[in-house]
Design a protein around this ligand. Structure first.
Ligand SMILES: Cc1cc2nc3c(=O)[nH]c(=O)nc-3n(C[C@H](O)[C@H](O)[C@H](O)COP(=O)(O)O)c2cc1C
Length: 303
């Protein structure tokens, strides 16, 4: 089991569908602010939208108030979500300042209440995504996992870096192994997987049931395929991604998403530096795609 990890501003419907078409197992949405969802914020509603063909899909919530999280979970379930995931890993200062994301790991008793209240609100499985802990002195992934298991949580993803580590340094896979040893729930390992070989290595090293790939899928959604695809196949996947973005997103988000993803796809091209600069100046989606393909075609020998 190898699947795309939730990434804010990235794992929207077009990228999720593309990842599935490239062999990813069922995916999780990007984080959705529970309070904004309950207040019917229009931008949040757009982020929370998913298509019937994306199912089974897990929708991820960000929040700290049990009742608000429960109400948001109930709404997502009513819209067809097949599981609800609670974000306990986001390290962003403005998020943890509100007691959300990784800050939830600092209060296992408070987390237990959240699990209980959310669990009671929905019939679909509740899963959580955690970090190793807050910092080096408080690595408590095992404690949180045990609390979660006791409260009826159905699965745990572990990104073993601490909040203090953010995204730096090595992801200490040993922490994933300790969670696997401590609970009977399916544990998904995450962190520094950039190929199927890495995923296999993580599974061997930790005994995890599945693997999530985040940054390794940026500009490389084919990371889920059994073998690295030929150039023509990669081009086909990029074209499909552009088509999904244009078809499924409002015009302004579409241009933003094309810029972001085409810049990642261009990373592998020898012209990456200039390409990136030029791509951020192009005024519209058609011109942007034309520029990307001219760069792609201009460097075939070096790919
Ligand atoms: C741009 C970006 C956005 C992210 N947004 C989320 C998110 O919304 N929810 C979440 O649980 N994790 C989020 N993450 C963390 C990833 O899911 C993953 O745990 C982390 O990147 C480590 O995995 P990797 O080494 O495969 O990238 C984000 C990571 C990145 C790089």
């Amino acid at each position: 089991m190898m699947r795309l990890a939730p990434m804010a501003g990235v794992t929207n419907a077009p990228f999720r569908l593309l990842a599935r078409e490239c062999g990813s197992d069922p995916v999780t949405s990007e984080e959705i602010d529970a309070r904004a969802l309950v207040h019917d914020n229009s931008r949040t509603r757009e982020i929370a939208r998913f298509l019937p063909e994306e199912r089974p899909i897990t929708m991820q919530l960000l929040g700290s108030e049990p009742d608000v999280l429960a109400e948001a979970a109930r709404r997502l379930e009513a819209e067809g979500a097949d599981a609800i995931d609670l974000n306990m890993g986001c390290p962003v200062p403005k998020i943890v300042a509100k007691g959300q994301g990784a800050a939830l790991m600092r209060d296992p008793a408070g987390a237990a209440v959240i699990f209980r209240v959310m669990r009671r609100a929905i019939r679909v499985p509740l899963t959580i995504k955690i970090r190793g802990g807050w910092d080096d002195r408080s690595v408590n992934a095992v404690e949180i996992a045990r609390v979660a298991e006791g409260e009826g949580v159905g699965g745990i993803t572990v990104h073993p870096r601490t909040r203090a580590q953010q995204f730096t340094g090595r992801a200490p896979w040993e922490t994933i192994a300790s969670v696997v040893d401590a609970v009977r729930l399916p544990v998904t390992g995450n962190g520094d997987v950039r190929s199927r070989a890495d995923a296999e290595a993580m599974r061997r090293a930790t005994g995890c049931a599945g693997v999530m790939v985040g940054r390794g899928a940026l500009g490389a959604p084919w990371v889920f395929l059994p073998a690295p695809p030929a150039r023509a196949e990669r081009a086909r996947a990029i074209r499909r991604h552009c088509q999904l973005i244009m078809a499924l997103l409002p015009e302004r988000s579409a241009l933003l998403q094309l810029r972001r993803h085409l810049a990642w796809y261009a990373d592998g091209l020898p012209v990456a530096g200039q390409a990136r600069a030029a791509m951020f100046r192009v005024p519209d989606a058609t011109a942007l795609q034309a520029l990307f393909w001219s760069l792609w075609e201009g460097a075939p020998a070096l790919l």
